[in-house]
Design a protein around this ligand. Structure first.
Ligand code: SAM
Ligand code: SF4
Length: 333
């Protein structure tokens, strides 16, 4: 039987999987996790590599061609490269991407290059070691920076993800834009979302994409709008003469939902059809209960036939209207 391709009930094709390989992390970023008292999932609750491989093979037959591995920190999962090698052999998967904080990534960059990694998103909210320590609660700036330089020297496309936080890294916005002068990097400023494991940090978000751009324009009035690639979540810009580009992701304002082509699977195998829903299907349980490939594919199709139109609708439909208390480390961003 030919497997039907995955479309949602709004006619959007789904071809991009974001999968969190772990909820564990070696940092404690202010916007993602509380400082202390994190309860990690028991290891048996995480999808095994074999389960991940099976799931991606099924999804590839349903039209998924792009995979991003994220977390938690993907490289704290033992033997991550073995998983990446396996995924690179799955028929239909043409692009593998990674999101990492870079601390443990260095030793694997040559192999990532030889496996044809499509791009690496590196989280780096500041270029200042002390501020890095304040935001991430760990003194690891140097390793992340070394990883950045190595990725560039290996000619691997790099995007820097910088969450903009009132009172924490506003002074870093311009230096991060300045980085695009000498480096062919895409620096993306992300509106802070309330996925920090504790709840909303602010009554209203001040540093919206508009305010971020207004701030950048004061220093770079000549910054130009670029054409956004299809399914891009960022508004993209370039300072004339710079090697790299600048993007702003309106993750809180949710202006990009209309073209969303994503499927998210959390570290414990929960399917999210939207970042803002609270999980619509536990794929891991279905696998472990012995459901067939066909039966699970039918469940996936069903889930996407009832998908919320956008992040606002998904948030409104959360269980009993529960406020967001999850950490991004279980979802993967
Ligand atoms: N540990 C890896 C890293 O930090 O790159 C991968 C996982 S992390 C959850 C994925 C992305 O989510 C990071 O780029 C991070 O900046 C972003 N993120 C985490 N919490 C966020 C929040 N509350 N608002 C906006 N972005 C967030
Ligand atoms: Fe860890 Fe990434 Fe979350 Fe920071 S954003 S705490 S590096 S998972």
């Amino acid at each position: 039987m030919q497997t039907p391709k995955l479309f949602d009930n709004h006619g959007r094709p789904i071809n991009y999987l974001r999968l969190a390989v772990t909820d564990r992390c070696n940092l404690r970023c202010f916007y993602c996790m509380p400082k202390e008292g994190i309860k990690y999932l028991p290891k048996r609750e995480l999808l095994t590599f074999e389960e991940i491989e099976r799931l991606i093979t099924w999804l590839a037959s349903m039209g998924i061609s792009k995979v991003r591995l994220t977390g938690g920190e993907p490289f704290v999962r033992t033997d991550l490269m073995r998983l990446i090698r396996k995924i690179s052999e799955i028929e239909g998967i043409t692009n593998i991407h990674l999101t990492t904080n870079g601390i443990l990534t260095g030793p694997y960059i040559s192999e990532l290059k030889s496996l044809g990694i499509a791009s690496v998103n590196l989280s780096l909210d500041t270029l200042d070691r002390e501020r890095f320590k304040g935001i991430t609660r760990r003194d690891e700036f140097v390793k992340t920076w070394e990883t950045f330089e190595q990725l560039i020297s290996h000619d691997i496309p790099v995007k820097i993800n910088a969450v903009v936080m009132d009172g924490k890294n506003i002074d870093d916005i311009i230096p991060l834009v300045e980085l695009t002068k000498e480096y062919p990097v895409s620096v993306r400023f992300i509106e802070e979302m309330p996925f920090n494991g504790e709840g909303n940090h602010y009554p209203t978000l001040t540093w919206t994409y508009k305010k971020i751009m207004d701030h950048i324009r004061v220093e770079y009035p000549a910054i130009e709008r670029e054409l956004d690639p299809l399914h891009s979540t960022s508004y993209n810009y370039k300072v004339p003469g710079h090697l790299g580009t600048v993007g702003v992701i309106a993750a809180f304002s949710r202006t990009f939902c209309g073209t969303c082509n994503r499927i998210r699977v959390t570290a414990q195998g929960t399917l999210k059809t939207c970042l803002y829903d609270d999980g619509v299907l536990n794929i891991r349980n279905l696998m472990r209960d012995g459901h067939s490939e066909e039966a699970i594919k039918i469940e996936l199709l069903k889930a996407y036939s009832a998908r919320s139109r956008d992040g606002f609708e998904a948030e409104a439909k959360r269980m009993k209207g529960s406020p967001i208390k999850e950490s991004m480390s279980t979802i993967g961003g």
